[in-house]
Ligand binder design. Structure first.
Ligand code: PMP
Length: 352
């Protein structure tokens, strides 16, 4: 039986995508491997241009946005965003929803002042803060839309007069979202949009005039746009895998993928809610459909992990900072695997 890989990222890739990647490593075009083609060749331009145009189409982006594929992960953006837009005289505001928002807050504090306008810390990050006041003097408001480690997600997007920035690493292309209400969005490719190696950025053009002139060129969003995302030699391979994933999503259709994601999440949350041994502490309206975090009495943890592994269910340990369990169910995770996982949870409970 195929392994059901619930890893929080890199995510599973569809078999047909893996086959295309394997073929491209041996031979892509004109006798060259995808690992060998020049990033300045027309062959690569066709890849990145098609990936960007598919992102625009699938996310329904309006013409106000520039799209970038930047090297490295979302953590690079935690440093780049303050370098581009902040200084000791310009500050930004943040909603602290856990581990990844704390990371960008820490990077921001190296060059500026990160003003936390609301935090879920007192609620153990089990709830997304509500009823906060937006600081309209800040340069922007930043949210982590889906919290991969805490298993939470914003159910309503805050309204702000200032630009709205969002880390969507674990929610991009996972469900119907109006991306045009944001001014800046970034997401590592290795969850719903490919493999590790690059980060997708959507940036509204009006922000380009606000970039600090002393921002180093390789980190400068404007210079990366002018260079069509090849300021430095990119990971052609990672962008190619991302293109294949976007093509796969278009072929499968987003409506089908989004419905399946909803059914998968409903099934696992229902299984947990009906269970006498498993528990999820997240506020119901903030439950993430992508990353389901749950626990049981710690004395049963190892035996559940072993029981699941015997059923070909892998990578369900919680993040090292919180422990317990986490089932990440990105777009490629099949409903079959999720049904198998739900049955495995129930069967484990029957062994008591
Ligand atoms: N933000 C979120 C929401 C994440 O889940 C992660 C982990 N992939 C990151 C940022 C950091 O991403 P990376 O490992 O690509 O730097």
């Amino acid at each position: 039986m195929i392994k059901c890989n619930f890893n929080s990222g890199p995510a599973m890739l569809p078999t047909e995508v893996l086959q295309q990647v394997a073929e491209a490593v041996l031979h892509y075009k004109n006798g060259e491997s995808i690992l060998e083609i020049s990033h300045r060749s027309n062959t690569y331009h066709e890849i990145i241009d098609e990936a960007k145009s598919l992102l625009k189409e699938l996310c329904n982006l309006n013409d106000d946005f520039e799209i970038l594929y930047l090297p490295g992960g979302a953590s690079n953006l935690f440093a780049m965003i303050p370098m581009n837009f902040l200084s000791d005289k310009k500050y930004a505001s943040f909603i602290d929803t856990g581990y990844w928002s704390k990371k960008i807050i820490a990077e921001t504090n190296l060059v500026s002042n990160a003003k936390i306008i609301a935090s879920g810390e007192l609620n153990n990050y089990n709830k997304i803060p509500e009823n906060f006041e937006v600081d309209n003097n800040a340069e922007f408001l930043h949210i982590t839309h889906n919290n991969t480690i805490e298993g939470t997600q914003f159910d309503t997007i805050p309204k702000a007069e200032i630009p709205l920035f969002a880390d969507m690493s674990s929610s991009l292309l996972s469900k119907e979202i109006n991306y045009n209400q944001f001014d800046f969005i970034y997401a590592s490719t290795h969850k719903n949009a490919g493999t590790a190696g690059c980060t997708i950025v959507f940036i509204k053009k009006h922000l380009l005039d606000k970039i600090n002139i002393d921002c180093p060129s390789v980190f400068n969003f404007r210079k990366n746009i002018e260079a069509n995302s090849i300021y430095s030699t990119p990971s052609v391979y990672a962008v190619y895998v991302s293109l294949l994933m976007l093509k796969w999503m278009k072929k499968e259709t987003l409506s089908k993928i989004f419905l399946q994601n909803k059914l998968k999440a409903e099934l696992i949350y229902k299984t947990i809610d009906e269970s006498k041994i498993f528990n999820n502490s997240v506020a119901k309206n903030n439950r993430s459909p992508m990353n389901i975090v749950f626990n049981c009495d710690s004395k049963h943890e190892t035996s559940f992990l072993e029981f699941a592994a015997q059923q070909n269910i892998i990578n369900i340990s919680g993040h090292r900072s919180v422990g317990a369990f986490r089932a990440s169910m990105y777009n490629t995770m099949s409903l079959n695997c999720v049904e198998h996982f739900a049955n495995t949870m129930k069967n484990f409970e029957l062994t008591f």
